[in-house]
Design a protein around this ligand. Structure first.
Ligand code: NAP
Length: 311
């Protein structure tokens, strides 16, 4: 592959995020050509589709990379198969249904000399980089995450989110944790959690988490999928030098109540620019820290059974 030629890439799982973000971002990035899809049920006009990953891997050895936009429960098997077949892999978040899966994939990519990119799209939100830069060198006194949205609005018909491995409210909540772990100067660890499970579902509809950072500052997170009306995706960090407020999932930032400047929304364009960089340099980018916090919440969390959920 010459450096100037676009990389042929396939997408597996043509669902909401593939159509809303991956396909448009690949189309805008001259480093990539969308060469194929793997979908059991649908296709993208003008792009060859394969009903199974097996047939795709067999029939299209020319496609160097694949973006896995499938639910987390099937991600590991597909990623492993693609790496074994010599393809670079981009993983939607969360990178696995368990932490160990991701460690295995990372080792396999290394062994095969392939790039593995565990994406965290919220880290590419426009205010996240500026927030990280502003927090560098400051002392955090307290941080608060409020991530509350309406599951019926954002996840209609997605049965997998309620199945084991689907993560429930952590599916959006992990986006907040991906921002927290990116911007705060000290690592955090979970000390306590409460998880609310609808009595007819396998994954939580709400979670309250308590962390401390390495210097002892408290961090709390409140995730809830029952929020109707205005939606909240907010992170507030109190420091020795002022209060940072990130809102709209990292799209906006204010310091002591004054809005700060940053670029426009381009999360997935940022993801594909980064993937191109990884491919060009033969590197991988696999950070499991947001997933570790979710796993810890399931390990340490007190289980509360709540009202059944019906879509
Ligand atoms: P989705 O709309 O349910 O699409 C997932 C697609 O994966 C399905 O359309 C299906 O496509 C395919 N698939 C393959 N095996 C499957 C299985 N066993 N069960 C169900 N679907 C299967 O989900 P999504 O919202 O795009 O989310 C996919 C991943 O992206 C998730 O990990 C999610 O956390 C992440 N994500 C989603 C969003 C969002 O806004 N929705 C944002 C960021 C990240 P085929 O019919 O083509 O086979």
């Amino acid at each position: 592959m010459k450096a100037t030629e676009p990389v042929s890439i396939a997408i597996a799982g043509v669902g909401k995020i593939a159509r809303d973000q991956h396909i448009p971002s690949i189309g805008r990035n001259p480093s990539f050509t969308l060469a194929a899809t793997v979908s059991r049920n649908t296709h993208v006009d003008g792009v060859e589709n394969f009903a199974t990953l097996d047939t795709f891997l067999e029939e299209r050895p020319d496609v160097a990379a694949i973006a896995l936009c499938v639910p987390p429960q099937v991600r590991f098997t597909m990623a492993r198969q693609a790496l074994m077949a010599g393809r670079h892999v981009l993983l939607e978040k969360p990178p696995g249904a368990s932490v160990a899966e991701v460690h295995t994939l990372k080792a396999l990519a290394e062994e095969k000399g392939l790039s593995l990119f565990a994406t965290w799209h919220s880290r590419f939100a426009p205010a996240v980089g500026p927030a990280k830069a502003w927090l560098a060198g400051k002392t955090v006194r307290r941080a608060t995450i409020v991530w509350k949205e309406d599951v019926r609005r954002w996840h209609p018909g997605q049965a997998w989110i309620w199945e084991p491995g689907g993560a429930g409210v952590f599916d959006p909540g992990i986006n907040a944790l991906s921002i927290l772990t990116e911007i705060t100067p000290q690592p955090v660890h979970l000390t306590a959690a409460e998880l609310e499970f609808p009595q007819n579902r396998h994954t939580p509809i709400a979670a309250r988490l308590a962390f401390i950072d390495a210097a002892g500052a408290p961090v709390t997170a409140d995730f809830d999928w029952r929020q109707t009306g205005p939606q909240s995706w907010d992170i507030t960090v109190e420091t020795d030098a002022g209060v940072l407020a990130l809102s709209e999932g990292g799209a906006k930032m204010a310091i002591d109540g004054v809005a700060a400047d940053h670029g426009p929304e381009a999360e997935y364009d940022g993801i594909y620019a980064r993937f191109a960089e990884l491919l060009a340099t033969g590197a991988s980018d696999v950070d499991v820290s947001p997933l570790v916090h979710v796993a810890d919440a399931f390990m340490l969390g007190k289980r509360i059974v709540t009202d059944p959920f019906f879509e």
